[in-house]
Write a protein that binds this ligand. Structure first.
Ligand code: HEC
Length: 128
């Protein structure tokens, strides 16, 4: 759990540095430099949802994404990533449409999830 909290804090610091480097919190930071869904997952999501996507309980509750029936409809995880949800921060400013689609497709086809319909960057654009 400590590892998870540290990674989250590290991410927040990174995001803030990116915002400041761009001239303040209101300037749009450049998208983070990750190309595929696995890279996005490893860099951002696993800090809270854990490397095996089974979630964690500790200072907060991080739900499992593994074998999660709520991922059946692709727009749901995409909206959670874009807009956040209670304890989860929004990532719309840090991930572009292709990166959101890639990480959603990655979690929907790994960790025991077998949802084979593919979410496109265009689909994500419409959800923004
Ligand atoms: C700072 C911690 C944190 C990070 C980073 C994070 N999440 Fe979350 N996530 C949460 C929490 C907490 C919830 C539960 C929100 C609630 O419903 O209260 C959640 C919920 C979700 C849900 C909904 C699960 C369900 O059963 O309804 C999905 C999907 C999800 N996250 C995907 C992701 C993806 C993909 C990433 C990486 C881009 C990510 N999360 C990064 C903390 C995080």
């Amino acid at each position: 759990m400590n590892g998870g909290r540290l990674t989250c804090a590290a991410f927040t610091a990174l995001a803030m540095n990116a915002a400041l480097a761009q001239g303040g919190p209101f300037a749009k930071p450049p998208p983070l430099p990750y190309e595929n869904g696995e890279q996005v997952y490893r860099a951002i999501c696993q800090g809270c949802h854990m490397p095996d996507a089974k979630g964690a309980q500790g200072a907060g509750t991080y739900p499992a994404l593994a074998e999660n029936a709520r991922l059946a409809a692709a727009p749901y995880p995409a909206l959670v990533v874009l807009n956040g949800k209670s304890g989860m921060p929004p990532f719309r400013r840090y991930l572009d449409d292709a990166q959101v689609a890639a990480v959603v497709n990655y979690v929907r086809t790994n960790f025991g999830n077998r949802y084979t319909d593919v979410l496109s960057a265009d689909d994500v654009k419409k959800l923004r």
